[in-house]
Design a protein around this ligand. Structure first.
Ligand SMILES: N[C@H](CCC[C@H](N)C(=O)O)C(=O)O
Length: 277
């Protein structure tokens, strides 16, 4: 079977996109891990499939490179919407997308007639531990101390439809995420695992962030993680409610407005191709 795919990236957080409306796309672990492999496959942080929705315009399913399915993907949904427009699956400039964590509304952004990115209503940040989920003896986990490998970290845990725990540090450069990341990803506090963001506050409108993603490891960027990092910075009084988040792959503009989080950023086509399976 030959499958058409498009490789896209949002700030270097790259996924393989398939039109799952006009093609039958396997969604098993073996297929996803193979195509995501950067030596034996196409290479990516995972896979995203465009599907029909009986409730909204389209449905997004997103898988990490280890084959695990995630509830939501911020960088991915910007590219998802661009894919729909570029492949003429819809001519709408504002799309209602069904995700596993509910409805997300995406407004495409254009320059010289070309779609270059999107502004996304990322919904309400969730703080109640039970809803994240996070097994903690308080209702919320905001700037709570936790010892890992004899070192004290302060965690602010937030769901953006997928679980995140945000840790503020003085210097991002010195962190060895390959060692540190899995200690939080597999921590018993998080029964469904967690995406872990390490944040360095530069000033009240600018933060830097690195991320160890559940199921994908360190990625160049994480849209939902940037939203969680911004909100954690605002909650802890380190920033205002509109922040530029600097990730390894570039910057996102994140704003907390009337109880919801808005994210704006790029969406880029890398290449198209066909795989035989
Ligand atoms: N990179 C994605 C997040 C993936 C989250 C995934 N790692 C999980 O929740 O399992 C983003 O831009 O929001």
């Amino acid at each position: 079977m030959r499958l058409h795919f498009t490789k896209m990236e949002g700030l270097g957080n790259d996924y393989i996109y398939f039109d799952g409306i006009n093609q039958k796309i396997p969604m098993d672990k073996e297929f996803i891990t193979k195509i995501s492999d950067r030596h034996f496959g196409i290479g990516s942080d995972g896979m995203i499939v465009i599907l029909a929705s009986d409730k909204y315009d389209f449905k997004m399913r997103m898988f990490n490179l280890d084959g695990s399915e995630a509830m939501m993907c911020g960088n991915g949904i910007r590219c998802f919407a661009k894919f729909i427009y570029d492949h003429k699956l819809s001519d709408k400039h504002v799309l209602k997308i069904e995700t596993k964590s509910g409805l997300r509304i995406v407004e495409l952004l254009f320059e010289d007639g070309r779609c270059i990115g999107a502004k996304v209503n990322m919904g309400k940040p969730i703080l109640r531990c039970k809803e994240i989920p996070c097994i903690y003896d308080k209702e919320k986990m905001i700037n709570e101390a936790m010892i890992v490998d004899d070192h004290e970290y302060h965690l602010t845990t937030i769901s953006m439809g997928n679980p995140h725990t945000v840790i503020f540090v003085d210097d991002l450069e010195i962190l060895d995420l390959a060692v540190l990341g899995p200690k939080f990803e597999h921590h018993e506090l998080f029964p469904e695992s967690v995406n872990t963001e390490f944040v360095q506050v530069v000033n009240e409108q600018y933060i830097k962030m690195r991320v160890w993603e559940r199921g994908s490891g360190e990625t160049m960027a994480c849209g939902t993680g940037a939203c969680a990092s911004m909100y954690a910075s605002y909650l802890n009084g380190y920033t205002k409610d509109k922040v530029i988040v600097q990730l390894l792959g570039g910057c996102l503009e994140i704003e907390y407005l009337d109880g919801i989080i808005m994210m704006s950023g790029p969406a880029v086509n890398v290449f198209e191709g066909i795989i035989e399976i």
